[in-house]
Design a protein around this ligand. Sequence first.
Ligand SMILES: O=C(O)CCC(=O)C(=O)O
Ligand SMILES: [Fe+2]
Length: 301
Amino acid sequence: MNSYALDRIDKETLMGDVCHLDAIVDLNTYPIADPGSAQWRACVKRIRAWLADDGCSVLSGFVKPDIFDQLQDESASVAPAAYRKIETVNAYNIALDAPLPDGHPGLIQFERGNAFAARDQIPRDHIIQQLYSSPIFQSFIAACCGIPVVYPMADSLAGLVVNVLDPGRSHPWHFDTNAYTVSLLTQKADKGGTFEYCPNIRTSGDENLSAVKQVVTGDGGDLVRRLELQLGDLQLFKGRFSLHRVAPVEGGRARLTAIFAYCEQPGVNGSVSRTRQLFGRGLPAHEVAERELVRADALMD
Ligand SMILES: O=C(O)CCC(=O)C(=O)O
Ligand SMILES: [Fe+2]
């Protein structure tokens, strides 16, 4: 790895970035602003070990407690703008009439009740926008994922979203399109809204349909782990291989998470159909992406 890809960025930008991060991140516990230092390496090593073992790593108290109120208020302010459309889906997010053999877990259908506020609906000065765009944060994320560099998406909708789960709603069992997902809890539900996941239940070469079927039919048993995330916790998660869901939210308050989507190549946009499904609209850039879609693996979704 080169100097954590920061050599591409001028010094002034980096110093400004450190100042921003110092106001947001608990840099004593998570020394991300000092790339390559012994503390930074130790922190990255710990996170990579968790990810390899569990498919998930939670950085508790990543955000400083003195900005919890701001973090929560900001995401609560964009939540009303989220595109709300209750949909019927399957764990692979493929067409409900896709030809699948009898007994296939993709035939099990769920109600997807979460809604996404898109990046262009989140003010540029919000904490989550600053984190998403931070070169130092990106460099730390790349190292944790074991890749030389990550890029923010070119997509001005899907790159950064607030995932809104209103009371009574859930985000059902699914796999993500990205290998890694980075998210930050910005508002906790009063009750419910537990994150549940099955570490590395499939690989790029093996769908492991029987285990997936067990989980999606409610018989997951020991395959399922549960996480009670707290406000300000950063979560790194291997969502392409680990089936996961957010259980129904109870009480009077929505559960909110910021989801940071990064790619290994610059210039990536989502596909037209997925963009319309998630946000109820698309942009010209999505038409181009549709024609030039590059696949990273041969999995079905
Ligand atoms: O909001 C969460 O904690 C999980 C969201 C998720 O799984 C997703 O957006 O794919
Ligand atoms: Fe997901």
